[in-house]
Ligand binder design. Structure first.
Ligand code: ADP
Ligand code: ZN
Length: 293
């Protein structure tokens, strides 16, 4: 089955043609400028490619409610040119194929569930920790939506009293993104995150905050696996630190086979930064199936 996938980011849009097995046949990226300029270019890319459905996964917040009059729109976003634009609609209209629409992190979660580190599981949490922090959530076999979609990058954490770095989130003094994103590390320690690799105190604090977030999410959603991706997680020394702090915060409160083996419970993203675009392929397939049923 020939499927299209689009991953929308603040600096670039990734467009791909592939199939339901997650095989990517071709992939290009174009800079994110304005909807007026960028959307027609993307529509043109998919035209005449013979795709049977398209999956769009993008930065948000976005309207993912299928019965909403503004389904497919970007909502209020700091990326002002894109606020309130109809993102998905022009593709559906011009291409005449079913279009799936979800957040970039729900897309990455779906990619890992379908093709990667969480294959076969039915409840999975995915976090990206990069320029921002975002959470994708798959529960009982479906991506989680509700009043909107998860915004798990903005859950509140208990701030370490010795952390004088402040938050980079304009809305919250102590949210996950505000305290843990790449820019927050750089603001706190005054250097590029990748140049801080040898500074143990940087990663101790980072792991402590991430572990707090994961315990809260694990207690709430009961995921069978937690996957961590994004630029900051290239600091792989974080993984054992996060697992140790996660165990300490859990403090034995629940005992499951998953939690008895944290090396396989809290794991890195496995699809070489293609998890979003591959999730888009699966989303396209799901949109197609929903349309024919
Ligand atoms: P984006 O979130 O923009 O899609 P990334 O996931 O690559 O992109 O995240 C970029 C952020 O990750 C930057 O803030 C950068 O500081 C941080 N980052 C990128 N590479 C590394 C690295 N090797 N070690 C630590 N931090 C990194
Ligand atoms: Zn916030």
């Amino acid at each position: 089955m020939r499927l299209g996938s689009l991953e929308g980011g603040g600096t670039k849009m990734v467009l791909a043609i592939g199939d339901e097995n997650g095989h990517i046949e071709e992939q290009v990226s174009i800079p994110t400028v304005t909807p007026e300029e960028t959307i027609p270019k993307m529509v043109d890319y998919f035209r005449d490619k013979g795709i049977e459905a398209l999956g769009i996964v993008t930065f948000g917040p976005i309207d993912v409610k299928k019965d909403s009059p503004t389904w497919g729109y970007v909502l209020d976003t700091p990326k002002l040119a894109w606020a309130h634009c109809n993102f998905a609609g022009p593709f559906r209209k011009a291409l005449g194929v079913p279009v799936g629409f979800d957040t970039d992190v729900n897309g990455s979660c779906l990619g890992e569930v379908t093709y990667g580190a969480a294959k076969g599981l039915d409840s999975v949490l995915y976090f990206t920790i990069g320029t921002g922090v975002g959470g994708g959530i798959f529960v009982n076999g479906k991506l989680l939506h509700g009043m909107l979609h998860p915004e798990a990058g903005h859950i509140l954490l208990v701030k370490n009293p010795k952390d004088l770095g402040g938050s980079v989130c304009p809305f919250h003094d102590n949210c996950f993104e505000g305290l843990c994103s790449g820019p927050s590390i750089e603001k706190r320690w005054g250097a590029k995150a990748k140049d801080l690799a040898g500074r143990d105190e940087v990663w101790e604090l980072e792991a402590d905050y991430i572990a707090q977030a994961l315990v809260d999410e694990a207690m709430t959603l009961s995921p069978q696996r937690i996957i961590l991706g994004g630029g900051v997680m290239h600091q792989t020394q974080l993984f054992p630190l996060i697992r140790a702090k996660f165990a300490a915060y859990m403090n034995g409160y629940i005992k499951t086979p998953e939690l008895a083996d944290l090396d396989h419970y809290i794991v890195p993203a496995s699809l070489h930064d293609d998890q979003g675009i591959m999730g888009g392929l699966r989303l396209a397939q799901l949109a197609y199936e929903e349309n024919v049923s």
